[in-house]
Design a protein. Sequence first.
Length: 221
Amino acid sequence: MKIACLHTAESNVAVFESAARELDLPAGALLHEVRADLLAAAETAGGLNADIARNTASVLRQLCQSADAVLLTCSTLGPVADELTDTTEVPVLRVDAALASQAMKHGGKVVVLCAVETTLQPTARLFEKAAGTRLIPADVRIPADIRIVSGAWARFKAGDNEGYLAAIAAAADRAYDEGADIVALAQASMAGASRLAGKGRTPLTSPIAGLAAAVRSAARD
């Protein structure tokens, strides 16, 4: 089985290789394509536009030719995977879809943290969809509270990964202090912050959930 991952940050290669090991996938099970230019273009444009979506879809279709499933690991570009549903030879999934589904299963207040502005709108739509298409416990507050972690992305882009994760962990702790029952980290690059957060439940992250969903889809296909 081969799972192809489309990343927009080189650092996510290591994140997903770690997730693959936790899922006991064999060495070499993942294929990685890194296209930082796609996210950079979305940041410049203020979000996903038709040209960026078309270019992203082209890359995803190319990856379908050498994999049993394709996983889009960038939340900003996530809607492109939705548009390709049932139009490709192999399943194309967005990594944060499984995260949204998992988060909205829980009762109580759900807070979703994002690091980059371009992720806010697609993440909000994703969690609204997850809430509307699942049997949600009565005490879940819908829609989820979607928040930006101020200054975190600037640290990431400057290469300060330690500072980036620390800022996210601090934001997760604040959310728990303010009454959150579940904190979800919307972007795959945020996953390492889960081990740094010290209050409430461990924040939910997308790499393992998303990769597991891709494996299940590949096995069914």
